[in-house]
Design a protein around this ligand. Structure first.
Ligand code: ZN
Length: 314
């Protein structure tokens, strides 16, 4: 098809205890918790969504806080880092802010741009990439964060390339992305127009060791479809490519399809999610994330689930 995938929609990771994650992502990183709901497949655990003021596609980090899970280890089939875009020139201030919060940082350089690397309390590798992406009026500056520093959304993610030509071709031949940079150990692919979340780095030196799903690992990476028609077209295009793609699933705030690439069990779990209906589907923009939202089929179990879930202080 002629259209291209306009970027990452959301990234979902397995986290440690919910109260600790809520505090880190809102108070330290200054993101907004835009939805407090449960994991629809395991409703006695939370599913927390963080993003900009309204949780636009391209800004959404979602967490499954599994307090009982063992620490994970990134490896084959898992994204190895989540990168957020911050304004050019803001990294020294971020470094000060993170160090004041007892978060260790490491300043690196990639393709000529500075990257501040850090680790979430549960072990998830995070990066802040200084870019000249257009500043968004919608940026959320939670806690005491200066709006000039605020995270704008995703810069991208890093994927170990088990079969580099195959995965690169998925992005270039199917998604309509282009290769913009390459070194011996890393290839950068970008969506047309440099949108938020429009970058994926393929790590070509990955050891391909098996990972272990657990706290601090990425569960899946979701890309955007602007609407249901586009999503159906992607589903058909991926099936034409021989990939096994799920039927459309209702995720309340978007509709989703899932597939692995390469199609082996060790391929990365990808999702394609629709931009709508978004997080104001069940609560007002002002109130986003402040109260537990349940899908209609779980409302009857509200009191039981509320008793099972840890209390979140806001
Ligand atoms: Zn997802």
């Amino acid at each position: 098809m002629d259209a291209s995938i306009p970027g990452i929609h959301h990234i979902t990771a397995i986290a440690g205890p919910a109260p600790e994650s809520l505090n880190f992502y809102t108070t330290v990183l200054g993101l907004r918790c835009v939805k407090t709901t449960v994991n629809f497949d395991d409703p006695t655990t939370y599913h927390l969504y963080f993003g900009d003021a309204t949780g636009r596609p391209g800004t959404i980090l979602t967490l499954f806080p599994w307090a009982q899970a063992v620490p994970g280890r990134a490896g084959a089939g898992m994204a190895t880092a989540v990168a957020f875009a911050v304004p050019s020139g803001s990294l020294p201030a971020w470094q000060d802010r993170l160090e004041a919060a007892a978060v260790e940082t490491h300043l690196a350089e990639r393709f000529g741009a500075p990257v501040l690397q850090l680790t979430a309390p549960d072990g998830l590798p995070l990066e802040l990439v200084a870019t000249d992406l257009a500043l968004s009026a919608d940026a959320w500056a939670g806690a005491d964060l200066d709006r000039d520093l605020a995270i704008r959304g995703f810069h991208g993610t890093t994927l170990p390339a088990l079969d580099r030509p195959h995965t690169e071709a998925l992005f270039t031949d199917v998604f309509g992305w282009t290769r913009t940079h390459a070194t011996d150990d890393r290839i950068r692919l970008a969506a047309p127009g440099r949108p938020l979340g429009g970058t994926v780095d393929l790590q070509t030196d990955a050891s391909h060791a098996a990972g272990r799903m657990g706290q601090g690992t990425v569960h899946h990476v979701a890309f955007r479809a602007r609407d249901a028609d586009e999503q159906r077209a992607w589903q058909a295009a991926l099936r034409d490519r021989g990939l096994s793609v799920t039927d459309v699933k209702d995720r309340q705030y978007f509709q989703s399809i899932y597939f692995r690439d390469p199609a082996w069990t060790s391929g990365v779990l990808f999702e394609i999610a629709t931009d709508g209906p978004g997080f104001t589907a069940d609560e007002s923009a002002d109130a986003l994330g402040t109260a537990l939202q349940l899908p209609p089929w779980l409302e009857a179990r509200r009191s039981e689930l509320e008793a099972a879930l840890p209390t979140l202080e806001r």
